[in-house]
Ligand binder design. Structure first.
Ligand SMILES: Cc1cc2nc3c(=O)[nH]c(=O)nc-3n(C[C@H](O)[C@H](O)[C@H](O)COP(=O)(O)O)c2cc1C
Length: 159
């Protein structure tokens, strides 16, 4: 299986999750991992699986991730397996009720990434997944790197 993992990261947390995902997928074939700025839209062609992740910022992926996916032509991902993840705060643990409500109802990056990948023809094979940070700049919550590796391992090889 030939896989490309694309991620963005401001404080380094999503990068760590992306690396754990890439490492896990590495046991099943070749994996390239690239930060979003290093990727041109046409580069997404020719893989068996493309995994895209971003920090959730204002309920959505970073502009770099959204912008890249917007520029991917629909035929590029036709029939290709795709998966999406994000990092996010745990809404239930936020102090202020209004902020808790906002974060819960606003949505998260992974779903939006998944929608964009599907729009470009991709075949979403696992539900979008979120991984939790303790605070805006991190660190990741305990066990999240292991959960990311398990999530990657759950991605079906075919189908
Ligand atoms: C401007 C800004 C907006 C954010 N918006 C959200 C949000 O809508 N929902 C959420 O769960 N976390 C939000 N966060 C927290 C980020 O998800 C967190 O900083 C990110 O997971 C860290 O990943 P990184 O280290 O890869 O940048 C926001 C953080 C910043 C700085």
């Amino acid at each position: 299986m030939k896989t490309l993992v694309i991620y963005d990261s401001v404080f380094g947390n999503t990068e760590k999750i992306a690396q754990a995902i890439a490492e896990s997928l590495g046991s099943r074939g070749s994996v390239e991992i690239l930060k979003v700025g290093q990727v041109a839209p046409e580069q997404l062609a020719g893989y068996d699986l493309v995994v895209v992740g971003s920090p959730t910022r204002g309920f959505r992926p970073t502009e770099a991730v959204a912008g890249l996916l917007k520029r991917v032509r629909s035929m590029t991902l036709k029939g290709m397996r795709v998966a999406a993840f994000d990092t996010r705060l745990k809404a239930d643990e936020l102090d202020k009720a209004w902020f808790r409500f906002l974060v819960k109802t606003g949505g998260y990056a992974a779903k939006r990434i998944a929608d964009q990948l599907k729009k470009a023809g991709g075949n979403l094979i696992v539900p979008p997944e979120g991984f939790y940070v303790e605070d805006t700049e991190g660190p990741l919550k305990a066990g999240e790197l292991e959960r990311a590796a398990s999530w990657a391992a759950s991605i079906p090889v075919s189908g």
